[in-house]
Design a protein around this ligand. Structure first.
Ligand code: NAD
Ligand code: MN
Length: 497
């Protein structure tokens, strides 16, 4: 028997909510023909429910829906109407904010309060920001010779395929849906099989907002099957991806092997935070601590390497550990919880293994270093000190609440250490010296640099990587370029006055 779409789930606070579990294609929830996938609550290791997954034929159906809608309907909708629909969607998300945050919290393990006040709030702002752009995307007229009329058009790409990770289910969806739809594309999004629930709820809101059927399609499934079927589909014009560098490479391969899709890849990182001796050390400790431990260390831009100038090294570590001690670990539905469990068993084991590696490599574990409690995938915030750049915990993305701290003598040395990485997503510098701040931010090869703060986002500023952290920009006006292509029209005037 086919599993019905709506399933009741129980939360750790005793409440029950109903969730969608089928695929959202052409504005309907429909059964998937791939295996049912169990989604787990990482706070208690129990199965939340099973969701439908898309097999190759389901992926094809979703792409066909998006493709037909693009050509028959969506490309004819006025830009201002696209903006109105996006704003309407934002209104509905506002109405259902608590429910969406609940789904992110139960599926991912993040704090409900953080999900509501950061993830969902910022996602709503992102939809509104791009709603505003929808009718402000236009080309230029270009003067060439006097008998020609030349102009450019910034046209949509057609069907966008998107694959998102589990660390910010609602927000990663928003970063792709909002600019893609504002620019006039239709979209098929594959959510992470680890956190499918909030993105399915989003499908319900898309329909209620009044988007034509086929503009938005949401599927889930495993990467190597469902993900590959999407990224190799010939009717998908572009893939927008956030996730690991390894998967980024696979998506490049499958899009090269099919139809040379455009790509936007937002991949991993090992971002450096540099603390100079003249910095306000309390401020630096505060931001650096959030820079690594926000979202339980599961952020692509996590500032997981900290380099401290030697004269303030001991003092900074003392302040940093004091900050770390304030982190309240607990059930995602407790109001004062800052850190919940890691997303799943395999991440949990991977992180504990890195903690072992750090100890064996000779780094000193100054705080944490163990599982927290005995149920749920909780890990203590862990601080390694006296680390050097050859250690694996300094080079590899751990994607958990583990920071590696080392020291340096000169600013030049700090820049060289920060750049000694395959990644280049983000970085930070703490100093009161304007010259030093500008030199460091200019010379570190990374797409975002923060000064005297860290992990601060806004929907109007671009985000994206250098080096093996990927390419393409999300958010801000820059994102529109990723979802449009430029056509030039050249008209020969036939008569002379
Ligand atoms: P992943 O890259 O495997 O998964 C991300 C998404 O890609 C998921 O939706 C997955 O189903 C899909 N996917 C996987 N293989 C695919 C393929 N061949 N074709 C198309 N789609 C595919 O990441 P993960 O396994 O969930 O996590 C592993 C590591 O990746 C983490 O430990 C972390 O280092 C990194 N990561 C980075 C980010 C980020 O924001 N940059 C997010 C999640 C994970
Ligand atoms: Mn889950």
């Amino acid at each position: 028997m086919v599993q019905a779409d709506i399933q009741p789930i129980r939360l750790t606070n005793g409440k029950t909510v109903k969730v969608h579990t089928q695929l959202f294609i052409n504005n309907e929830f429909v059964p998937g023909h791939g295996p049912l996938i169990e989604t787990i609550n990482p706070a208690n290791e129990e199965v939340i429910c099973k969701v439908h997954s898309a097999d190759e034929a389901d992926v094809h159906a979703a792409v066909e829906a998006a493709y037909n809608c693009y050509y028959t309907t969506w490309s004819k909708v006025a830009p201002a109407e696209r903006g109105r629909l996006l704003n309407r969607l934002a209104d509905l998300m506002e109405r259902d904010k608590d429910e969406i945050a609940t789904l992110d919290a139960v599926d991912n393990g993040k704090s409900f309060v953080v999900a509501r006040d950061v993830d969902v709030t910022d996602s709503i702002a992102c939809y509104r920001y791009f709603a505003g752009w929808a009718d402000k995307i236009h080309g230029k007229t270009i003067d060439t010779t006097s008998d020609k009329w030349c102009y450019t058009r910034h046209e949509a790409l057609g069907v966008v395929g998107a694959v998102i990770p589990w660390n910010y289910p609602t927000m990663m969806a928003a970063w792709k849906f909002a600019p893609a739809l504002a620019a006039g594309n239709t979209i098929v999004m594959k959510s992470s099989e680890v956190t499918p629930l909030a993105t399915l709820k989003f499908g319900e809101l898309v329909k209620e907002a009044g988007f034509p059927a086929g503009v938005v399609n949401v599927i889930t499934g495993y990467g190597h099957t469902t993900g590959t079927a999407l990224s190799s589909h010939p009717k998908v014009s572009k893939m927008a991806f956030t996730g690991s560098t390894l998967t980024g490479r696979r998506i490049m391969e499958s899009s090269a092997g099919s139809n040379l899709k455009k790509l936007q890849l937002e991949l991993g990182g090992k971002s450096a935070q540099i603390v100079l001796a003249d910095a306000d050390l309390e401020n630096a400790a505060y931001w650096a601590c959030g820079g690594i431990f926000n979202n339980h260390g599961q952020s692509c831009n996590a500032g997981s390497r900290i380099f401290v100038q030697e004269s303030v090294y001991d003092k900074f570590i003392e302040l940093f550990i004091e900050e770390t001690k304030k982190i309240k670990i607990g059930d995602p539905f407790d109001d004062d919880t800052f850190q919940g469990p890691q997303v799943n068993k395999s991440q949990f084991e991977k992180i504990l293994n890195y903690i072992d590696i750090g100890k064996k490599e000779g780094a000193k574990c100054a705080y944490g270093g163990k599982r927290w409690g005995n149920k749920g995938y909780y890990i203590e915030p862990t601080v390694f000190v006296d680390c050097h750049n050859q250690m694996r915990i300094m080079r590899e993305e751990i994607f958990g609440p583990v920071v590696a701290i080392g020291k340096f003598k000169t600013v030049e040395e700090a820049i060289a250490l920060a750049n000694d990485s395959d990644y280049g997503l983000a970085g930070g510098v703490y100093t009161k010296d304007l010259d030093a701040a500008i030199r460091v931010t200019n010379e570190v090869k990374a797409g975002t640099m923060w000064v005297n703060c860290y992990d601060v986002f806004d929907q109007s500023t671009p985000f994206g990587g250098y080096k093996q952290s990927g390419f393409g920009k999300e958010l801000g006006k820059y994102a529109l370029q990723e979802y449009t292509q430029v056509k030039v029209v050249k008209i020969q005037l036939q008569s002379k006055l």
